[in-house]
Design a protein around this ligand. Structure first.
Ligand code: SF4
Length: 365
């Protein structure tokens, strides 16, 4: 490593010289830390002040600095010199602007601020960047459902190549099974027709996106920017280099037979949200026991969630899914009643408005 050549630069501006003896601070640098290059300026951030610091660096007079001036939160762009560690000593906010001028404690505090900065500088090494080697700009997206496809499309639209790996033989995931989707932006009055087919078409048409179905990720290694990934596809394994990985592997419905207290399995008319969604996709909400139209329906939220014996967490999506299904029921049949029984309703962000819309449509919470 090259010889350390520290410098101390002290600013008198912004009231610093009105509150502390800047000359005494210069002596701290020179006498206590043996830093011969100490400079006092009326305004270090001025064009002349910065130019003189740049000149000292260019001339090789200093290669590391203490800047005794204002807070490091400001003027960061002024006191940045290539390859030069800079430690800021906050004489302005921490001393001049917050302590009584020229009192003994104020002078001692200012001297300590310079001492701390000089001690820090003595122990500071300029970090050397980690050598990554070749960096890949391809983003691997694991999972070809709505989340993965959205990620791939947005990556492509941002100028990156994307590789979608989907374990099944088709894109779309669970979303292909829904008929309607909940709005995630205003207006909240309307449910939206499921537009997953359009998303799939956009992804398939994008030349930046490669899609592998019936494929899985067998192994990953490496680091951000340079991951080595082994992809299993068609009975063979292939290596890919990717810079980032988006894990969008989806979800599995909870096994409702474990929730015996709710009657699942004991009555055919107790169904899960996924089963009810399939029923809606077939055309109408009917009672599985006799095929009669559903006139009264209760959605039981938080079924097993926050229960260490079942699901210790809350999915944060089933509330919105149930509100959507309840709205589908009451909008299809004005005589139908829908009740949502919950422990705590989670409609994050603007989904709160969706909840209100359900109330306006007669859904009872
Ligand atoms: S802004 Fe900072 S560097 Fe500029 S005069 Fe004030 S204390 Fe000195």
């Amino acid at each position: 490593m090259s010889e350390k050549k520290p410098g101390v630069y002290l600013c008198k501006g912004c009231g610093i010289a009105d509150a502390v003896d800047v000359g005494a601070l210069e002596k701290v640098g020179k006498n206590e830390f043996r830093i011969g290059h100490c400079v006092v300026s009326d305004a270090l951030c001025s064009a002349e002040g910065v130019a003189s610091m740049q000149k000292d660096v260019a001339d090789g007079a200093v290669n590391r600095m203490v800047v005794g001036a204002c807070s490091p939160r400001v003027m960061a762009d002024k006191f940045r010199f290539d390859g030069v560690p800079v430690v800021r000593a906050n004489l302005r906010e921490q001393v001049a602007w917050s302590q009584p001028a020229h009192e003994e404690d104020t002078e001692m505090l200012a001297a300590d601020v310079i001492r701390m900065a000089a001690a820090q500088l003595a122990k500071t090494q300029q970090p050397t960047p980690a050598a990554l080697g070749e960096v890949s700009r391809t983003i691997l997206v694991v999972g070809g459902g709505v989340t993965g496809l959205t990620a791939a499309l947005e990556a492509a639209q941002s100028g990156y190549d994307a590789l979608v790996v989907e374990k099944s033989d088709a894109l779309g995931g669970w979303s292909t099974k829904w008929t309607m989707r909940a709005p995630h932006a205003p207006p909240y009055r309307d449910l939206y027709a499921n537009d997953i087919a359009q998303l799939i078409a956009k992804v398939q048409a994008n030349t930046r996106i490669r899609i592998l179905t019936n494929a899985t990720v067998a192994q990953t290694s490496g680091q951000p920017g340079a991951f080595d990934v082994v992809i299993s596809h068609g009975g063979q394994e292939a290596n890919e280099k990717v810079g980032a990985i988006v894990v969008a592997t989806g979800w599995r419905p909870y096994d409702a037979t474990k929730l015996t207290h709710l009657g699942y399995g004991a009555s055919p008319d107790v169904v899960t949200g996924v089963e009810f969604e399939a029923m809606l996709a077939r055309g109408a909400a009917v009672k599985p026991s006799n095929g009669a139209p559903v006139k009264n329906i209760a959605f039981v939220q938080c079924a097993g969630s926050r229960d260490p014996n079942h699901l210790p967490y809350c999915s944060s999506v089933c509330c919105t899914a149930s509100i959507k299904q309840a709205l589908q029921v009451v909008k299809a049949d004005k005589d139908a009643m829908a009740y949502i029984v919950y422990e705590e309703l989670r409609t994050p962000g603007t989904a709160e408005e969706f909840y209100r819309e359900a109330q306006r449509n007669g859904v009872v919470f």
